[in-house]
Design a protein around this ligand. Structure first.
Ligand code: 5AD
Ligand code: SF4
Length: 514
């Protein structure tokens, strides 16, 4: 993107976000705010065409900005954020900065934040509090807040009012602007806020530094148009924009050639992949059909929405090979009435029918899910429906959450009439069931041989190696360090609730890998 375009775009963003309320809120900080976020603007879904760019470069005047300086990024939340951190690290390196693992050594500290639940936000505010002492010791230190929280007006307001040691706030659509934002922060020494509420275009050639050389994340789409009533993501990540298939295929081919063993395709709602293309009819099933032909041992994708999970995709996944036999399929609730007020756009029966189809096509598939308990108005009976659905599907794992109201979402305006004690008790009961079914699924592996992609040493014991099976089960086993980064056969000796212990039998020859 050339500089002129950037300027025009910035102006139009400012014009977009000039609704009276946010102007009033920010007026007293005006000289510091370049563009402030507005959830109201973020909600809009325009028909404008998404533009694709391949012309990102570090402007001449910023080259060498980081010479002799170090950066540190702390990442909260989902894989999308982890991957954004890889891109920001790539930009820092291109500017001449070096990475550091210590906040004390850093000249720039970024908190890449998550807004999905209140406790995720509280962690960030806690960390910002800790960083104040560092800033006092070292006034030249730059502290930045980016990621989903910076898309929220209330968060930006709170930081402007209370956390004066923060130097910059920038949004999820402004990552490619990092060189300009850093420059502005160095020059002004005032808090720099650049948050576009409306999503940007897709920029293909941003640099990235991948964490590790075994597994890689690949974005296939950005944003979400589902607007589930509890969820802040459609506001913080903008409208659905799919990357072009040839760009994705090329990236996966490149990763395979570099020796990566596993790719996880990322999107907030990967099943909507391609729905925004005007010129071609192309969905996730078509993409997976292409990717399965690439010589890379493992391909996964996350996160799915049941509504858009179509028969073509199921048919392609059933071909197996490098398409993994584990599907994460968030259900959120087992009650049709609760699903309705969540605006999930499917019923309990439709979800079960989808599961039936998936199991018929991929008989040994492992299913995992996300569940929210204690939604406004959720009755005991409705919660029991979630428990019974969990058993009926036979999920092998779940992320379970107590509902957390997010300002600006429709659910936050609903009367939350379920007492916290009841929510906690429901969560406890659900977690007991989740553990029970996980332990059951694990038990079946005792005495079996599994294929494990070895990530490295186990976190708790450096003498033990750890990795994951095709169904995403964690396996700990004794084996040579040379196995790291390879797919090996492990015989399972003992099953625990959330992991398996085994003994390595052999390294698989490349040709044997399914
Ligand atoms: N409260 C609790 N859980 C939530 N999730 C999303 N929004 C909320 C919220 N407001 C959960 C959903 C989603 C997962 C990523 O986080 O289960 O699938
Ligand atoms: Fe949020 Fe997922 Fe629903 Fe999108 S589909 S609104 S990301 S829960």
């Amino acid at each position: 993107m050339n500089k002129m375009n950037e300027k025009q775009r910035l102006d139009s963003q400012q014009a977009n976000s000039s609704d009276k309320k946010s102007e009033k809120d920010y007026s007293k900080y005006f000289e510091r705010v370049i563009t402030a976020p507005s959830l109201k603007d973020a909600k809009k879904r325009g028909k404008e065409e998404v533009k694709y760019h391949n012309d990102f470069s570090i402007p001449e005047e910023f080259r060498g900005m980081g010479d002799g300086r170090k950066f540190y990024i702390r990442t909260y939340g989902c894989q999308m954020n982890e991957h954004d951190t890889e891109v920001m690290a790539g930009i820092f390196l291109a500017l001449g900065y070096e990475p550091t693992d210590s906040t004390e050594d850093a000249n720039v500290i970024l908190l890449n934040t998550c807004a999905i639940r209140e406790n995720a936000e509280n962690k960030v505010f806690g960390e910002l509090g800790h960083l104040k002492a560092l800033k006092m010791e070292n006034p030249d230190l730059l502290i930045g807040v980016c990621g989903c929280m910076s898309q929220e007006e209330s968060v930006v307001n709170k930081i402007l009012k209370t956390y004066h040691h923060v130097d910059m706030i920038f949004g999820t659509h402004n990552i490619h602007r990092l060189p300009h934002i850093l420059n502005e922060a160095y020059l002004s020494k005032e808090m720099v806020v650049e948050v576009w509420s409306k999503e940007g275009d897709v920029i293909e050639n941003l640099p990235k530094v991948r964490r590790g050389n075994i597994k890689a994340w690949v974005n296939i789409m950005y944003g979400c148009d589902k607007f589930c009533t509890y969820c802040i993501v459609p506001y913080t990540r903008g409208k659905e924009r799919s990357r072009r298939p040839d760009e994705i295929i090329q990236e996966v081919r490149h990763l395979a050639a570099q020796g990566y063993q596993e790719v996880t395709l990322l999107g907030q709602n990967v099943n909507a992949y391609g729905k925004d293309f005007d010129d071609i009819k192309y969905g996730l099933g078509d993409l997976m059909e292409e990717l399965r032909k690439i010589d890379i041992p493992r391909i996964r994708f996350t996160t799915s929405h049941p509504r858009d999970f179509d028969d073509h995709l199921i048919k392609v996944l059933a071909k197996g090979g490098n398409l993994m036999d584990h599907i994460h399929l968030p259900v959120q609730s087992g009650s049709t009435d609760v699903l309705k007020i969540m605006a999930r756009k499917y019923t309990r029966e439709q979800y079960l029918e989808l599961v039936r189809k998936i199991k018929a096509a991929i008989p040994d598939v492992a299913l995992s899910t996300d569940i929210i308990v204690g939604y406004p108005n959720e009755t005991d009976e409705q919660f029991e429906e979630t428990m019974s659905l969990y058993r009926e599907v036979g999920f092998e794992a779940a992320y379970t959450f107590i509902y957390s109201p997010r300002e600006g979402t429709p659910a936050a305006k609903m009367v939350d009439n379920v007492p916290l004690e009841v929510k906690k008790e429901r969560l406890q009961r659900l977690n007991n069931l989740v553990n029970e079914l996980s332990a059951q699924a694990m038990k079946k592996y005792e005495g079996q041989m599994v294929e494990v992609l070895v990530d490295g040493e186990s976190k708790n014991n450096p003498d033990v190696l750890a990795g994951y099976t095709t169904k995403n089960k964690l396996v700990n086993f004794k084996g040579p360090k040379t196995a790291i980064g390879k797919i090996v056969k492990v015989k399972i000796i003992e099953a625990k609730t959330w992991s398996l212990n085994g003994e390595m039998v052999e390294e698989l020859e490349a040709a044997e890998v399914k």
